[in-house]
Design a protein around this ligand. Structure first.
Ligand code: ZN
Ligand code: ZN
Length: 333
């Protein structure tokens, strides 16, 4: 197959765009498409200071690289989760972020969960008897917002791609999760202490961001987070990949169609936000979910009892009250 622009050998064919491109023509197309998405959703301008949440994976590092190539003021923000796993996951991820920071000459801010919360993610997971992903998501959203406020960034950008967004949408629709549906959009404007959040890669597939990383020789961590394996989202992704294979463009139609009717869910978003009485960050409760998590971890650690796995009462479906109080689905995120 030949590149549509220069007729050299193509390295990628994108059936949803009916477009084949060679390695030299790929990056210019990708950057142009990124720019168009940023403008379409009025995400930010070259006067804004953008904080890119980087994980060390291909999506977020490609995003940081692309925004820099397009001339935006974009610095990186890495949250060290303290996950060791079989391959020293967090340490490797942090290294990849530092390498790119040096290459593009931008700042990388690093925050450590172990230092801030008092325990790394694997320990938090055990102490709270929660899925690692829900605690992790809460902590990430909290730090991104607090840090962007403190360091005076106007916008937080994340590397979510089309495959991520469609899988999440699919899950939210299956469960008719009105609150989440109301907030699923590539740009969420600033409100009541919550910084503006954007997803400039929302129209790129995972394959497209991977090819961008490869063509630009961006070193990234290939492994998924060890805790993400087997997550339901991954099975939705497989299912959606089959649908996309049968009818290219299905994912994009599903997502864009939702964006058009999203206003129907807007009422669920109307919950008022108030400053947390402990840390001042916006929340819908008196003490925010993050502060409650920190308090819970501190209490558990100071109790110095061996980590309890699943107690009989929990196994029987009766959860101790403190776990119920610890709502990790931060409504204001
Ligand atoms: Zn070409
Ligand atoms: Zn708080």
């Amino acid at each position: 197959m030949k590149c549509r622009k220069c007729l050299k050998k193509a390295i990628i064919y994108m059936p949803e765009h009916r477009l084949a491109l060679c390695s030299a023509c790929y990056s210019p197309w990708f950057l142009d498409y990124t720019e168009r998405t940023i403008r379409k959703f009025k995400m930010f301008s070259r006067r804004d200071r953008v904080l890119v949440a980087v994980s060390g994976g291909k999506d977020s590092l490609s995003l940081w690289h692309a925004l820099n190539a397009l001339g935006y003021e974009a610095d990186g923000f890495y949250i060290d989760l303290g996950i060791v796993g079989s391959n020293n996951y967090s340490e490797q991820s942090k290294q990849r972020c530092f390498e790119l920071a040096e290459r593009i000459g931008r700042r990388l801010h690093v925050v450590s969960v172990a230092e801030e919360v008092g325990a790394p993610i694997p320990e938090i997971k055990d102490l709270t008897a929660r899925e690692a992903c829900s605690a992790c998501g809460l902590i990430k959203r909290y730090f991104m917002n607090r840090y962007a406020l403190e360091a005076e960034y106007n916008v937080i950008a994340t590397g979510h791609n089309l495959d991520d967004e469609v899988a999440v949408l699919f899950s939210n629709v299956l469960n008719w999760n009105r609150g989440y549906l109301a907030r699923q959009y590539p740009v969420l404007d600033e409100r009541e202490g919550l910084k503006k959040k954007v997803k400039p890669f929302v129209y790129f597939t995972e394959k497209q961001t991977t090819v961008y990383a490869l063509v630009n020789r961006i070193a990234y961590v290939r492994d998924e987070c060890p805790y993400a394996l087997g997550a339901t989202t991954l099975s939705y992704k497989d299912l959606l990949a089959q649908l996309e294979h049968q009818a290219p463009g299905t994912k994009r139609r599903f997502l864009d169609g939702f964006y058009q009717i999203r206003a129907l869910f807007a009422e669920a978003e109307a919950t008022a936000l108030v400053p947390c009485s402990r840390c001042g960050q916006p929340t819908t409760t008196e003490v925010c979910a993050y502060c409650r998590l920190v308090e819970h971890v501190e209490r558990r650690r100071s109790a110095a009892v061996p980590v309890r796995k699943v107690a009989a009462s929990e196994a029987a479906g009766v959860r101790p009250i403190e776990h119920e109080e610890l709502s990790l689905h931060h409504p204001g995120s």
